[in-house]
Design a protein around this ligand. Structure first.
Ligand SMILES: C[S@@+](CC[C@H](N)C(=O)[O-])C[C@H]1O[C@@H](n2cnc3c(N)ncnc32)[C@H](O)[C@@H]1O
Length: 288
């Protein structure tokens, strides 16, 4: 039984919940834990359905973000839904959520995964191009929503084109190595600068649909291409903060440490090539 005083509710081992907490329903102890600038997440082995998507992120990671940046019944958006991880995490956390996915087969996977769970909140996957986010929300009678939190992982530019060990292993198992061949797919934009601009344009539209004071978290990385590192995570941060009256304010980065990946011999006895075992979770806020 929870012990109460005027300002706090004692929640056993979880710690004390401040009744005036503006952002979430975490105790002070849980808040401080999440405020650390890095965390380790080891995704559990993907099942037969989940493996069909070439680049999904773990629900456990999204859930931590959702529970920090929202309260129950608030609204979450993912404009690059993929296999539906964000919607699953939102449903488990009793939040409402909308996700947009361009590719039919991934949209169907996310729908299947959602139907398998009987969530009590509104969990809405939609097939479409996020460049048309405003129209899509309009057509689905969702245009009045101002999202409390947006979390997503856009394509990492051209990274699925690389002939990496991971991609070779997927090919051997007859699993797809690309999202699609569609020109609308952000992962098919060949030119790096064009990619950065097109990505930023989508987050301009997301900006309009986010409530004032709402947060956005983008999971991305710096990437190798032709023996050179492209600072995709840094350029994503810079590009979204220079958009005139749609500029997001960059608040921080949280590093996802992947300590479960095997070390591969890259460039040994020859030149520097890193085993990149981390990703960036960029945190922005809409402040006007
Ligand atoms: C990195 S994956 C997201 C994975 C997702 N977080 C998950 O856990 O499954 C990026 C997704 O964006 C989708 N996508 C690419 N361009 C898009 C666009 N213009 N509109 C909507 N979705 C798009 C791709 O099909 C792909 O599924």
């Amino acid at each position: 039984m929870a012990k109460t005083d005027k300002k706090y509710i004692q929640l056993g081992e979880r710690g004390r919940l401040n009744k005036n907490n503006k952002l979430n329903s975490l105790t002070g102890k849980e808040w401080i834990k999440f405020s650390k600038s890095w965390f380790v997440h080891r995704p559990i082995k993907r099942n037969k359905t989940e493996i069909l998507h070439p680049a999904k992120y773990p629900e456990s990671l999204v859930k931590e973000f959702i529970e920090f940046f929202t309260k129950e019944d608030e609204w979450v958006l993912d404009p690059f839904l993929g296999s539906g991880s964000t919607l699953l995490a939102a449903g488990e956390s009793k939040r409402n959520a909308v996700g947009i996915e361009l590719t039919n087969k991934f949209y169907n996977i996310s729908k299947k995964r959602i139907v398998e769970n009987n969530f009590k909140t509104k969990i809405i996957p939609i097939k479409g191009d996020s460049k048309n986010l405003s129209n899509i929300l309009n057509e689905n009678n969702l245009s009045k929503i101002r999202f409390d939190f947006v979390i997503t992982s856009p394509p990492y530019w051209n990274q699925l084109e690389r002939n990496s060990l991971r991609q070779k292993n997927r090919s051997k198992k007859n699993l797809v190595t690309k999202y699609s061949v569609s020109k609308k797919d952000l992962g098919n934009v060949k030119d790096y600068k064009k990619f950065i601009e097109e990505q930023a344009e989508i987050f301009d539209i997301v900006y309009n649909q986010t409530k004032s004071g709402g947060y956005l978290s983008i999971i991305t990385n710096n990437v190798y291409f032709k023996s050179k590192l492209y600072p995709l995570a840094y350029d994503t941060a810079i590009s979204l903060t220079n958009r005139g009256n749609k500029s997001w304010v960059l608040k921080d980065e949280k590093i996802w440490l992947q300590d479960d990946k095997p070390l591969i011999a890259l460039g040994v006895n020859n030149a520097w090539v890193s085993n990149r075992h981390h990703q960036y979770c960029l945190i922005f806020r809409k402040e006007n």
